[in-house]
Design a protein around this ligand. Structure first.
Ligand code: BJW
Length: 235
């Protein structure tokens, strides 16, 4: 088996950086019903609302005080110091792993700082504000730009490569994800079936905790550095 660690991250890893999770009582979707903003149908029905939601999140991500926390930094250190491969598969659309120094990062659900064009399919860095009249700089068509994110019913990004990595990893860790959303929630089963050690790091039990050989409870900014230290010490 390869010396490969796959780390799946979710909204919980960015909570201590000041980015709200989705499903907490005070979460992002407290103010917005998921079906109002996180489906292609919602975007078609009310693109202005969906653009406002993502424009606000983009502005927040770029605001002072939103920085990688100790969990992001520890995963970057893991990639630098582990004698093997480290792949971060994040469901998060923020760029905090990259800002922490991680290089091998796949954004399963897209990236907030990118936009795509439904006319010409080009993906580019997003402007701070997108709107219903925005014009694609590639094809020149108006009203076809959208946030480069994966909504319910859409195909996650990079799934084939992720499944290959899961089928050939020695360790699988999931950090700060509730296990509500597939296919990510099923990754632990793929890794476990392939013989990987599995560990969940989360403040609370997730919907798929039962699938992990080990669970560690606590805030990511404390638990992840502790786990990374152990992995590097025992490698
Ligand atoms: C802390 C912490 C701290 C807090 N420290 N921890 C029935 C069965 C199986 C699948 C389906 C089904 N019915 C429908 C589906 C498919 C559907 C799905 O899963 N639906 C469910 C509702 C059941 N999935 C899809 O449609 C996906 N596509 C798809 O399936 O394509 C077809 C296909 C794929 C593969 C094979 C064949 C076909 C697409 C899903 C797209 C999800 N998109 C979103 C929005 C992205 C853009 C945006 O950000 O706005 O992605 S939804 C939202 O949920 C977002 C997140 O990435 C995702 C996961 O949320 P996450 O990260 O887990 O956050 P929370 O808030 O739920 O949890 C936070 C956790 O952190 C909690 O556990 C806390 O305890 C913890 N925490 N503070 C540590 N300090």
């Amino acid at each position: 088996m390869s010396r490969r660690i796959v780390v799946l991250t979710g909204a919980g890893i960015s909570a201590e950086s000041g980015i709200r999770t989705f499903r907490a009582a005070d979460g992002l979707w407290e103010d917005h019903r998921p079906e109002d903003v996180a489906t292609p149908e919602a975007f078609e029905a009310d693109p202005a609302l969906v653009h406002r939601f993502y424009n606000a999140r983009r502005a927040h991500l770029s605001s002072d005080g939103v920085e990688p926390n100790a969990a992001h930094l520890a995963l970057a250190r893991l990639e630098q110091e582990y004698d093997g491969d480290v792949l971060i598969v994040t469901q998060n659309i923020d760029d905090l792993h990259e800002r922490a120094g991680s290089r091998n990062v796949l954004h399963l659900h897209g990236e907030l700082l990118k936009m795509s064009c439904t006319e010409c399919a080009a993906v580019r860095d997003a402007w701070p504000e997108l709107g219903v009249d925005s014009i694609c700089p590639g094809c020149g068509v108006s009203g076809r730009l959208r946030p480069h994110v994966v909504w319910f019913g859409e195909m996650p990004i990079g799934l084939e490569g992720i499944l290959e990595a899961l089928e050939d990893c020695s360790v699988f860790a999931a950090v700060g994800t509730s296990g509500n959303v597939y296919p990510a929630a099923g990754f632990v089963h793929v890794a476990a079936a392939a013989g990987a050690q599995t560990v969940e790091l989360n403040l609370e039990p997730s919907e798929v905790s039962f699938g992990f050989a080990e669970v560690r409870r606590g805030p990511a900014a404390s638990e992840v550095p502790r786990w990374v230290d152990e992995v590097l010490t025992n490698q």
